[in-house]
Each structure stands twice: as C-alpha cells, then as structure tokens.
Design a protein around this ligand. Structure first.
Ligand SMILES: NC(=O)c1ccc[n+]([C@@H]2O[C@H](COP(=O)([O-])OP(=O)(O)OC[C@H]3O[C@@H](n4cnc5c(N)ncnc54)[C@H](OP(=O)(O)O)[C@@H]3O)[C@@H](O)[C@H]2O)c1
Length: 329
C-alpha cells in the first residue's frame, strides 16, 4: 500500500524526468535532406510564430531568400531579425499578408510578383483553430476563409511564378483533424450550423482536397504539391479555446516543439525525388493515410469550382490537360 502511494507521489516527477524521451518517441520524423538553397526563393505564411517560424528559419539557414508573410508586420520584423541573427542570412524579408482579407492577399501577391523573379517554395502554413463564429472581410467563415480560401487564392495568384521557377513545390499544412471534417456544400460558411472545433476540421479537410486537385491539374508542369500533418505541436494555435490551452499546457512536456513540428513541411519542401508523390499527404516525414472524403475526387473537384466561384476566379484557370469544362450548377 505504502509502495503504491509512493509510486503515485513520484509519478509526476518520473514523468517530468522521462519527458524528453517520451517527446522524442512521439515525434519521429526528421527532415534529413542536406540540400542547400542559395538562389532559391521561399514564401512561408504565418511565419511569425510556431511551426511557420521554425520552417522559415530552416529555409533561411540553408541560404534561401525567405519571405515571412504575416498579418502582423511588427511581429514579423522581430522574428526576421531573430532569424537573421541566428542563421547569418540577411535575406529574410517581411511582407504584410492577412489571409482573412482577399484585398490583402492580392496586394501581397502584386508586390511579390513585382519584386521577385522566382518562387521555388510556397509553404501555406498559417492557420486558425476554434475561433468563435466570425467572418473574414469577404464574408467567409473564418476557418474556411483563412485556412482554405485564403491559401487557395494566394496559390492561384503566385502560380505563374511557381511555373516559371520549376521545379518548384507547394506545401499545404493540414492536420490529422481532417478525419473529423466534412465538406458541407450547403453550409460552407457555417450559417446553418456551426461548431468551432468541427469548422477547423472541415477547413483542414479542404486543405487536403485542394492539394490533391492542384497536384492532378499540375501534373507535368514541374510544380508538385503536398499536404502535411505536422503532429501535435506546442504552439499558439490553441489560443481561442481555454480548454485546449489547458490540455496543451498539461501535455506540453510531451508534445512536439515547433521545431519538431516543422520537420514534415521541410521534408516535403526539400527532399529530393519526392516529385512522384505529388498530391500525397505526409505525417512524420512519411506518406500518411487520409479519410475517405479526403480521397473523393468528385468532392475535390466540386470544392475547387465552388472556391473559384467564391473568390471570383475563372473556374478553368487551371484546367487539366484533357479535363472537361464544368458548370457550377
Ligand atoms: N499545433 C498543432 O498541434 C497543429 C496540429 C495540426 C496542424 N497544425 C497546423 O499547423 C499550422 C501552423 O500552426 P501553429 O501550430 O504554428 O499555430 P500558431 O502558432 O497559432 O501559428 C499560426 C500562424 O498563422 C498566422 N495567422 C493566423 N491567421 C492569419 C491570417 N488571417 N493571415 C495571416 N496569417 C494568419 C498567425 O499569425 P498571428 O500570430 O498574427 O496570429 C501565426 O503566424 C496551421 O495551419 C495549423 O492548422 C498545427
């Protein structure tokens, strides 16, 4: 009896001691590519904190010119200076990008296209989770608007530059949470029913469907596309939910650090020979299983068309070689 009590008392201490080992067991998957990136240009959205910051830092360490696309330029500048100091790479630049406003996305793209000749790596990383019901400047539900539609428009606007710079890559940061997602076309903006946790899952499913459809349409173009689950990562993502903040705090010793969380994005952006796996979903630097709806090509095509319609983009901006023209009806 005394032994059991003693064990219970010691348990938190033992867990604390074992935390680094447990964390490394849970965070397998390291980008081992040694590729260097002098002369390469990368854009990372949401790069002022969390996984995006660590992704940008590693790309800068390898010599790329890295654009931190952030909604808060001041936060971005502080991080750019930190990355410059840590990596010795001065070509870390901050540009304003608010994915909750299509005007801001268009302004970002316009400036980028004017000032840059190339774009080799686009990391669509920024994300929001469990926001109370709210809408973007264009009236889209916040999760769908920022996580999916914002990145859809950004990719559309930067695509010619990616094509000119081929071989080039797009990495869409999704989540394991997509398994709980569904694309409800009759309620895409959450106006009929809304649950903040599920809204996040739906948007992360949209990231995977977009990845697959984009990869299909870009076959043979020299641009390849990947979606990733970064793992469960100790970041600011849970800021909108007190319960999730509490759970993250309790488990913070065991879950991935942002640097560990960046590994799969880096793996997909950098690993040589990965082109044949364009369109796949990755977790811990391996191809990962996705939900049934995430594999549904009909849903992916319809989401593509609806996204174009919402954003005012011609549906056929990127037709598959032999793809038929479709109407939205
Ligand atoms: N953390 C996890 O366990 C986990 C698990 C699965 C997937 N993910 C995915 O990983 C990605 C990165 O998340 P994280 O964990 O690093 O979270 P984070 O620390 O909260 O970082 C999110 C980034 O997105 C930016 N952002 C939010 N709304 C934006 C907007 N409207 N326009 C431009 N940028 C915006 C944030 O900028 P501000 O700082 O200005 O808000 C921040 O830089 C997300 O796509 C997330 O869904 C994370």
């Amino acid at each position: 009896m005394v032994g059991v009590l003693l064990l219970l008392l010691l348990l938190p201490f033992l867990l604390y001691i074992a935390a680094p080992q447990i964390r490394s067991m849970l965070s397998s998957g390291v980008c081992t590519s040694t590729i260097q990136l002098p002369g390469k240009v990368a854009v990372v959205t949401g790069a002022n904190t969390g996984i995006g910051k660590e992704t940008a830092k590693e790309l800068a360490r390898r010599g790329a010119r890295v654009y931190l696309a952030c909604r808060d330029v001041q936060k971005g500048e502080l991080v750019a200076r930190e990355i410059q100091m840590m990596t010795g790479n001065q070509q870390v630049l901050v540009r304003k990008l608010d994915l909750a406003d299509t005007k801001s996305i268009r302004a970002f793209a316009k400036r980028f296209l004017e000032e840059e000749k190339h774009l080799h790596i686009l990391i669509n990383n920024a994300g929001v989770m469990m926001c109370p019901y709210s809408k973007t400047a264009d009236g889209f539900e916040m999760h769908m608007g920022v996580n999916h539609l914002g990145h859809f428009l950004l990719t559309h606007l930067l695509l010619e530059k990616l094509k000119e710079s081929a071989p080039s890559r797009v990495v869409n940061v999704s989540s394991l949470a997509h398994h709980l997602g569904r694309i409800h076309f009759h309620n895409l903006q959450g106006e009929k029913f809304y649950q903040s946790g599920l809204a996040y899952c739906h948007s992360k499913l949209a990231n995977i469907l977009f990845t697959q459809e984009l990869a299909r349409r870009l076959k043979g173009s020299g641009i390849t596309v990947y979606s990733v689950h970064p793992g469960t990562v100790n970041s600011e993502l849970v800021r909108h939910s007190a319960l999730m903040r509490w759970i993250w705090w309790i488990f913070s010793f065991f879950i991935k650090t942002p640097q560990q969380g960046a590994q799969t994005s880096l793996y997909c952006a950098l690993t040589e020979g990965l082109e044949v796996l364009s369109g796949n979903h990755f977790s811990d630097c391996h191809v990962a299983w996705v939900s049934a709806q995430a594999r549904n090509e009909t849903v992916a095509r319809r989401l593509w068309d609806v996204s174009c319609d919402l954003l005012g983009i011609p549906v056929d901006w990127l037709m598959m070689a032999a793809g038929p023209k479709r109407s939205l009806k």
